[in-house]
Ligand binder design. Structure first.
Ligand code: UP5
Ligand code: MG
Length: 198
């Protein structure tokens, strides 16, 4: 019924760990909507009328994190305009730091049910190589270069890992080794996903 709160699963992990790829597999098999915070920010940046375009681009290029008010309102809007009648969302690449977490807790946490956090574990070397390969094959992403990747990984270690650890203490984290092939990563997730999602 319409009063039912949306269910949310966060997907976290380093830059290039395979969050987006895993989400694309999950939505093929389960009734979830994939919302990538990074994709939402890149879409917002691309709008000519956006007042945040330059700010977003600076953060993306430097691997730093956009203020939560911007990101959270994009996620909120995307959830509200989604046509999924079951209201289940994979939120990919968020929350990435304490500011993100505080902002989410303030405006969103009460409106949803957080079912769990999938943590894609992947070495820095593999993450970086994946993004460099993607850049070399024409991703067009302004952060798929060596300089940005060093910064992205630093931000991940310093700001995002503590958020994952906090969720881990709450018993919400499901880890997956995302250094395997995409199919294998999905198979591993499929083992525990029904425990999270239903
Ligand atoms: N690939 C994927 N899985 C593979 C596998 N199992 N085996 C072999 N190859 C695999 O994959 C990356 C590449 O690796 C692809 O070429 C893929 O084919 C291959 P992808 O699935 O895209 O990995 P993902 O973890 O999603 O990598 P992404 O680059 O999107 O991660 P980031 O977390 O760095 O990027 P995001 O878009 O989330 O954020 C970008 C920036 O936006 C941030 O640095 C930040 O500046 C900003 N941002 C915020 O400020 N706030 C937010 O809330 C979110 C983002
Ligand atoms: Mg991604």
């Amino acid at each position: 019924v319409t009063t039912q709160k949306p269910e949310v699963v966060f997907i976290l992990g380093g830059p290039g760990a395979g969050k987006g790829t895993l989400c694309r597999y999950i939505v093929k098999h389960y009734d979830y909507v994939h919302l990538s915070a990074g994709d939402l920010l890149r879409e917002e940046r691309a709008k000519l009328c956006s007042e945040y375009g330059e700010l977003i681009e600076t953060h993306i290029r430097n691997g730093t994190i956009v203020p939560v008010e911007i990101t959270c309102s994009l996620i909120d809007r995307a959830m509200q305009t989604s046509k999924n009648p079951h209201h289940r969302f994979l939120i990919d690449g968020f929350p990435r730091n304490q500011d993100n977490l505080d902002g989410w807790n303030k405006v969103m946490a009460e409106k949803v049910i957080l079912k769990g956090v999938i943590f894609c574990e992947c070495s820095e070397e593999v993450c970086t190589q994946r993004c460099l390969n993607r850049g070399a094959s024409g991703s067009g992403r302004s952060d798929d270069n060596e300089q940005s990747l060093v910064l992205r990984h630093q931000t991940y270690l310093k700001n995002t890992l503590p958020i994952i650890e906090m969720y881990e203490q709450q018993g919400l984290v499901y880890k997956v080794n995302s250094m395997k092939s995409p199919e294998e990563v999905f198979q591993d997730v499929a083992e525990f996903f029904p425990k999270i999602g239903w």
